[in-house]
Write a protein that binds this ligand. Sequence first.
Ligand SMILES: Nc1ncnc2c1ncn2[C@@H]1O[C@H](COP(=O)(O)OP(=O)(O)OP(=O)(O)O)[C@@H](O)[C@H]1O
Ligand SMILES: [Mg+2]
Length: 625
Amino acid sequence: MTDSKVERELRDSERNFRLLVEGITDYAIYMLDPKGYITNWNAGAARIKGYAAEEVIGKHFSVFYTPEDRTAGRPEKALEIARAEQHFITEGWRIRKDGSRFFASVVIDPIYENGELVGFAKITRDITERRNALADLAESENQFKTLVGAVTDYALYMLDPSGIVSNWNAGGERIKGYSADEIVGQHFSRFYTPADQAAGRPARALKIARENGHYDEEGWRVRKDGSFFWASVVIDPIRNEAGELIGFAKITRDMTERKQAQEQMMQMQRQLAESQKFDALGQLTGGVAHDFNNLLMIISGNIHTIRRDNLNPKSLRALQAIEVASQRAASLTKQLLTFARRQSVQPRPVGLADRLAELQDVLKSGMGASVALRLDIDPGVWNIVVDPTEFETALVNLAINARDAMPEGGVVTITARNRLAEQQVDVSVSDTGVGIPEDILPSVFDPFFTTKPIGKGTGLGLSQVHGFAHQAGGTVVIESKLGEGTTVTIRLPRGPEDAKAQVEQPSIAGSGTVLLVEDNPDVALASTSFFEQLGYTVRWVSDASAALDEIERNGIDIVCSDIVMPGKFDGVTLAKTIRERKPELPILLTTGYSAAAVEVAGQFPILRKPYQLHELSHELQKLTV
Ligand SMILES: Nc1ncnc2c1ncn2[C@@H]1O[C@H](COP(=O)(O)OP(=O)(O)OP(=O)(O)O)[C@@H](O)[C@H]1O
Ligand SMILES: [Mg+2]
């Protein structure tokens, strides 16, 4: 290669290079002399800064700086640093020829020749757009932060990959009670209940979120003050562009109120279903019991008729067996009727303290020697208004259940307490027995539900208690713990202040004519036999209008009428009519069951069918004194 060729090639290459630099339009590329005066200028510089080469060459490069930067000596400083550090990079606002500003990215490199500074290479790029985009992004991030920070209905916060809380919003503070200072840097598992923590639920939640890309659940969480709230929780993993996990976004909502509302609703539905079940069962059992009572009336009436004959000892024993069985049947139907709330109750004010003291012996004898009975009666306990017989039956039923629950013996406690706020009286029977398993607890009040062996229990005891309590305007509550015992509480409305004790009277024979109003001939026959045994003469009619005719004819001393009868009048209407026409004529109503009986309670005495001879006698005594 000859020298001239080398020179030529070098010249060519330099020229090409110059053309390249001059042609570049995206970058302003130009040179300064050591003092900062511009020595050349490319197309990019012309485009970006607006000066043509001839306008600007020879000027000091500080013309591109803002007045503030010039006053602060920035141009000189830039050259100084470039010289000292061989390189200077900066970003900042610069000024175009037309005075408008642009945001520049600037690089300045010193140029040396034979170890001596001959100038600077300067490259400037217009990055206004990028800067604006970044500024927009920063602003939108800021707005987003403000938004998230201000949301109070949701706790919105982030966790690092290990579960440490890395930020916190107002909702987090409101719902969980921690301020940001207190919680940022702590592990999020502290929001879980101790049981959930022990079961490893926090870690499991993050694992599921990581693996499935999402996690949501509802559950109890703990506030700073230790109280629980029902939370709806969502956890989403956050990944960077490379797909690496950088943390989790967590959204928590306090659903406690909604959950409570839901539970209330379910509770109401359960109660409704419960009362519908009891209504339906009540209809059925009430109907059966009603018909059954009429049959029993006939049986027991005829027993008394037969007994008057001279029977041989064998027949007499048979008759006694029938009598015992029919009495047992009568008490069963009574329980059924009470459950169905169709028992024709005769409620009156009852002094609890006295009544329970009276019942003590009956209850004790029913429970046997291995069971101790304790009474815990609040001395100021209010009166209640109940049918005393039903009340007694209920207590006996509860006491017997308690006894059966304690085969090894134990203690039965009967308590009576006032509930001031509710104006109710609680009478409870507690035992220290085996308790009731949770799964059968909802069934114990159902008629015929029993866990006792055949022949030992009919499953009507608690049904009677339930019906009694409701018919008396109250409720019954059962609490039981397996192996520890059971408490059944009858909750009754407060009664009036004074409860007059009624004096029991011995039965004595009466006399006079009874008008018997009864539509069922067999029942009429049985009843007639009772009246006759008590020394009365009986005239029998089968409906109300016949009864009124008979009364017109005079000679009637007592009217005894069934309540439920075919025809225009039922027994109650008949009784009211008679009272209008002949107020002095005593009237006794009898019934197997009747809702109407509740209505007349107190106006006329009512005798429940099937009745025993002494019960009839007793009622007639009261009528004729
Ligand atoms: N105090 C109690 N302790 C444990 N279980 C009880 C208690 N009271 C009732 N129960 C359970 O409830 C069931 C129903 O009781 P309920 O009194 O209605 O019927 P029963 O006692 O089985 O029969 P009945 O009372 O008609 O003779 C019982 O069989 C028993 O399983
Ligand atoms: Mg029982």
